[in-house]
Every structure is written in C-alpha cells, then in structure tokens.
Design a protein around this ligand. Structure first.
Ligand code: F6R
Length: 241
C-alpha cells in the first residue's frame, strides 16, 4: 500500500482521473469498479473533463459499482445508480448496457450477490476499483464486524453510517437501514485499487487502515494485504499518521 498526502480534494481528483484515463488507454475494454459518496466526486468531475478534452474513451469499458441501498429503485434520486448516472455516466461515453450496480430491489439478496460476483468474474475481473472510506473504516458497505465478508451480500447499516449518510436525506429516518455491497473478497480480487479519504472525520479510520494491525473491526485495514493499493489523502485525513 502506498499513500500520498495531497493539498486538496481537487488535486486528488485529478490524480485519480489520470489513473482511470491511463487504465483505459492501456486497456480500452477494462472492467472498472466505481464508488459513490462525496469522496470520488472530484475524480469523476476530472474524468468528465478529460473525456471532453478527448483524452479518454470509455466506449469499451464495463463497470461494476460497489453497493446500493436496499429498497431504492434505480431512478430514486438517492439510489447509487442514480448518483452514478448523474455524477459520471451521463457525461462520458460508457455504454449504458454495460453499467452494473447491485439491485437494491432484488427479491433474493443471496442470489443477487452470487450472480453479481459471477458476472464480475465472467467479465474478466475488475482492473481498477475506486474506494472511499467510511468514518468507521468501512469500504463499500462492509461495516466493522468479526469476520471479513467474502462475496456481495446484504448488510445492516450501522448507526454511524446512517448518521454519516443522513446529510443526503431529509432526515436520518429516511436513510435505508439495509444495503447490498460487494464483499471484502470481491473488492480484494480487483487488480488495482485506489482509495480516497479527505477531512478530519476520516483521520482515525485512515490510521487504523494504514498503521494498525489488520482487523475486520476496520474492514479497510485488509487492504494492507493487497498487492496494488494507492491511497490519496488530504492533510486532515492524514493527521493521525
Ligand atoms: C460508497 C461506499 C462507501 C463510501 C464511504 C465514504 O459507494 O461504498 O464506502 O465510500 O461511506 O463516503 P463519503 O465519500 O461520502 O465520505
């Protein structure tokens, strides 16, 4: 794992956009893994900019997102599918039939999870996965627990995650209580991972991820065992290192 401390979120966004651009230049039919939340937005804006400049071509890629709230349809304005369309996919030339987000309305989440992982494998596996980091150390919606969950599965969101995400909803009561997320095993299979964390609220989780012994109590700490992880931090997120 290597980490860089950069001056601000925009600088980090440009660096990550360059990684994705390099990936599609190197392999135009790459399978790319995406995340939602505030952290990746500057990267998505920079990717859109590079696309508009004609530097990046996403016409050959296939995408898989990390997670989705249970109970929200693709067109719900707080669904992660909607987020991706409105923050990235509508503005680059990724073919819409090759965009994949876990189905939050699945009737059988076990079957949905197995099918999602099987589809990623069948597509050749994720080449480059972007991650954010929860204040509690989660990646995707893999919350702190006793074991690392392996495959895509349904989770109960913790009070800490509901608290952190209520800013996008009218109130905490409206935040869905369940989500479907790639497992830690699914994430660890990505060939390269780039993680972005900014702001003081992430500092303790960043320290646990990078400096402390790996434990499923900080799910992101397992990334210490991944052969290709690049972490981008601002000074606040790096303040406990
Ligand atoms: C989003 C996701 C989450 C977020 C994390 C940080 O798809 O899987 O793990 O990356 O909660 O969220 P922000 O970036 O909003 O602080």
């Amino acid at each position: 794992m290597v980490y860089y401390v950069k001056k601000d979120a925009d600088t980090i966004g440009k660096a990550i956009a360059s990684l994705f651009t390099a990936q599609v230049l190197k392999k135009p039919d790459s399978v790319l893994g995406f995340a939602t939340g505030s952290s990746p937005i500057p990267a998505y804006q920079a990717m859109i900019e590079l696309y508009k400049q004609g530097v990046a071509d996403y016409s050959g890629v296939t995408t898989y997102n990390l997670d989705e709230y249970c109970g929200l349809s693709h067109d719900h304005d707080q669904s992660y599918h909607y987020f991706m369309m409105h923050n990235l996919f509508n503005f680059i030339n990724v073919p819409h039939d090759r965009i994949h987000v876990p189905n939050g309305l699945a009737s059988d989440f076990d079957a949905e999870g197995k099918a999602y992982d099987a589809a990623i494998d069948a597509a050749g596996g994720i080449e480059l996965q972007i991650l954010g980091l929860g204040n509690n150390g989660h990646i995707g919606f893999n919350e702190p627990c006793d074991v690392y969950p392996q495959i895509t599965h349904k989770v109960t969101l913790t009070a800490s995650t509901i608290e952190a995400n209520k800013r996008f909803f009218a109130s905490a009561d409206e935040v869905p209580k369940f989500a479907i997320t790639m497992g830690i095993g699914t994430i660890m299979k990505a060939r390269s991972i780039v993680l972005v964390a900014t702001g003081k609220a992430k500092a303790a989780a960043v320290k646990a991820m990078i400096k402390d012994d790996p434990t499923p109590n900080c799910p992101a700490s397992i990334l210490q065992f991944h052969p290709s992880v690049t972490v981008f931090l601002d000074a606040d997120a790096a303040s406990m290192l």
